[in-house]
Design a protein around this ligand. Structure first.
Ligand SMILES: Cc1cc2nc3c(=O)[nH]c(=O)nc-3n(C[C@H](O)[C@H](O)[C@H](O)COP(=O)(O)OP(=O)(O)OC[C@H]3O[C@@H](n4cnc5c(N)ncnc54)[C@H](O)[C@@H]3O)c2cc1C
Ligand code: FES
Ligand code: FES
Length: 480
């Protein structure tokens, strides 16, 4: 298995020690680049943030990622930039580093390389200064000493007075270099297919292989559970899994579409789902985490599935040349058990577009507003005509062993007036639909209480009652 990439501007050809060697280990142990730090080793703190540059047509785009849970295979054909690359040819600091100095954005400095790299990704992508967007971009970088005021000030300084950096000067050279290294070399342990048919063929031949899309779940199996995984099939280069196709009635979202790429496509159609996506993990997580991985992991607390179930999404599964479509709610059978055969993978998700008369609301409840897993997530899709509930779909995450529809609650509301009295009568049905558990995120009693409150919140926001609880998408901070 040979991985070819650019480390800064230097071409590299490396043989990882295993298919699951992390980029962070590779940097610190093999490349002796110790500027990138390890904090949590699970994608939470951002100390290990590096930036990946990749071709997007004939342009370059940059993504901040957590090197602690990315495997070296994910570097294939890309440019990897660490804090060591930011020094300018004349020895001066990069503008984002200089701004951190001027704004007093660093004290102990453990978090600083990661923060600088998150800012650098924004700088390279030409982001304009916007306080809310920058808070989102930095939500995956924990800093315990300085606090975020000076860091945001640094971001403002750097983005407002942009000047060409060494990466601008060498842009054409970088594009040419990336075009020339996009070769690949499969071995018995590691496969990196480029198309869905190729993936189908390889997976059919190696049904015991672990699929790795963004690796934001799989990475933790390695760093936290010390699992040895082989063979691995990397999905990040499967081009046709990364497409979003819009038809008059649907969005068809390839399983390999990252949440960062899905967010702008979802925002005009389903703003509440977009707001959930904005709070899913951090920028570093959303830059690699895929919708397919969020579904296929079968987690009871994944944020995408309850929204998608309430919207009436359909899953497309593929094994070899055979495709089958499945309502998403039927995919989740029991904890850790999904309706997926050996050698079968998630190819796409069909999501209906808005229809007249229907309203959609989704609410994520977590202890921390940003970068936190949901204690519960309620998604409500309701069709009201003349004040009566004609149809509805309610789904919750965090209330059962799988993401699940609230069929009894739905039945209690269908055909009833959309009124406070109907809501009050339906709320007790939620504990018939779900038997929530107590864990470190919330008690069963809290979950049951909040689930009912969210149903009422949905009613308040979609009826004529005064709307005082609304959180909208637009980069605005809300109260969750
Ligand atoms: C710090 C951190 C914060 C997080 N925050 C959130 C959060 O707020 N909300 C949330 O929902 N999740 C969160 N997650 C979990 C994770 O990021 C998401 O579930 C993500 O969408 C997984 O996608 P991935 O591409 O990284 O999956 P991977 O890790 O690559 O894969 C996950 C699972 O799906 C399988 N798989 C992947 N693609 C396919 C496919 N096409 N077909 C079949 N199987 C497939 C893999 O084999 C594996 O079993 C967080 C994770 C971390 C580390
Ligand atoms: S070390 Fe904490 S996010 Fe990677
Ligand atoms: S400066 Fe100390 S953690 Fe950020």
């Amino acid at each position: 298995m040979t991985i070819r990439y650019l480390l800064g501007h230097e071409p590299k050809s490396v043989e990882p020690s295993s298919p699951t060697e992390t980029v962070l280990d590779h940097l610190r142990l093999a490349c002796h680049r110790t500027g990138t730090k390890e904090g949590c080793a699970e994608g939470d703190c951002g100390a290990c943030t590096v930036v990946l540059g990749e071709l997007d047509g004939d342009q370059l785009r940059y993504r901040a990622v957590n090197s602690c849970i990315q495997f070296v295979g994910s570097l294939d054909g890309k440019q990897l930039m660490t804090v060591e690359d930011l020094r300018q040819p004349d020895g001066s600091l990069h503008p984002v580093q200089q701004a951190m100095v001027e704004a007093h954005g660093s004290q102990c400095g453990f978090c600083t390389p990661g923060i600088v790299m998150s800012l650098f990704a924004q700088y390279r992508n030409g982001a304009d200064w916007n306080a809310a967007a920058m808070a989102d971009a930095l939500a995956g970088n924990l800093c315990r000493c300085t606090g975020y005021g000076p860091v945001l000030k640094a971001a403002q300084l750097a983005l407002k007075e942009r000047r060409a950096d060494a990466f601008d000067v060498r842009k054409e050279e970088t594009i040419a270099a990336l075009q020339s290294i996009a070769a690949r070399d499969d071995t018995l342990n590691y496969f990196a297919p480029r198309s869905a048919p190729e993936l189908a063929e390889i997976y059919a031949a190696h049904p015991q292989a672990t699929l790795v899309a963004g690796g934001t779940d799989v990475g933790l199996w390695v760093t936290k559970q010390h699992r040895q995984l082989a063979p691995v099939i990397a999905l990040s280069n499967v081009a046709d899994l990364q497409e979003i196709v819009e038809t008059p009635t649907h969005l068809t979202i390839g399983a390999g579409v990252t949440y960062a790429d899905l967010l702008p496509a979802m925002a005009p159609l389903w703003p509440d789902f977009a707001e959930v996506i904005r709070r899913l993990g951090s920028a570093q997580i959303r830059n690699v985490a895929t919708i397919g991985g969020n579904i296929a992991n079968g987690s009871p607390i994944g944020d995408g599935p309850p929204c998608l179930i309430a919207l009436g999404a359909t899953l497309v599964l593929r094994a070899g040349k055979t495709h089958r479509a499945l309502p998403l709610e039927d995919f989740f059978i029991a904890y850790g058990k999904q309706d997926r055969q050996a050698g079968e993978f998630v190819e796409a998700v069909h999501v209906p577009k808005p229809q007249a008369g229907w309203s959609f609301r989704a609410y994520k409840i977590s202890k921390r507003f940003d970068q936190d897993i949901s204690a519960l997530l309620g998604a409500f899709h309701v069709k009201i005509e003349n004040g009566v509930v004609v149809d509805l779909r309610i789904a919750f995450g965090g209330m059962a062993a799988v993401p699940k529809r609230a069929l009894r609650t739905e039945a209690a509301l269908r055909g009833k007036p959309w009124s406070e009295a109907s809501i009050a009568a339906a709320i007790p049905m939620l504990v018939e639909d779900y038997q929530p558990i107590t864990d470190m995120r919330a008690s069963a009693a809290y979950r049951a209480k909040v689930a009912g409150n969210l149903l009422r919140k949905c009613y308040l926001e979609t009826s004529d009652a005064e709307d005082t609880t609304r959180v909208t998408f637009a980069g605005r901070r809300g109260h969750g």
